[in-house]
Design a protein. Structure first.
Length: 151
């Protein structure tokens, strides 16, 4: 695949991410798969591109003291395990099956983002759920798996 297509996909995804504050991985993965990139290459390219932006975001939150380290630990450890499982799963399945699997995940995530941004403008977090260790473990593991396998 031509590097120009990767740059175009990244630019469009960053434009959407800059406007919404989220969606870079979702948008760029979708665009790369649409352009014919294999699922594993799309996932690797997106995660390589996200290193700089997530590092800058993390440093900014840390500088503003906007991190709850208890919640971070409860999310990070299961998230790392889920990410390992997702990457292992993605590398072990048939390429055609991987594209269908990732396309389904991307479609569902896109519909969730669309629904939240169009119909739910005043979402208030449920603090009881946020502080529940089992919920955070499930959220971290599921998020890590989905992210590593293409979301």
């Amino acid at each position: 695949m031509n590097w120009l297509f990767f740059a175009l996909a990244g630019s469009i995804a960053q434009l959407i991410d800059g406007a919404l504050g989220m969606g870079f991985g979702l948008t760029s993965s979708t665009l790369l798969l649409t352009l014919g990139t294999s699922a594993a290459v799309a996932s690797a390219a997106v995660h390589a591109a996200e290193i700089g932006t997530t590092l800058a975001s993390g440093v900014s939150h840390w500088h503003r003291e906007n991190i709850d380290f208890t919640i971070l630990k409860r999310l990070a450890i299961p998230g790392g395990i889920g990410a390992f499982a997702g990457a292992t799963f993605l590398s072990s399945i048939d390429l055609s099956g991987g594209t269908i699997f990732i396309s389904t995940i991307l479609l569902l995530l896109g519909l969730v983002l669309l629904y939240r941004n169009v119909f739910q403008t005043n979402i208030k977090p449920n603090m009881a759920e946020i502080n529940n260790p089992r919920y955070l473990t499930f959220l971290g593991a599921t998020g890590g798996f989905v992210d590593a396998s293409g979301g």
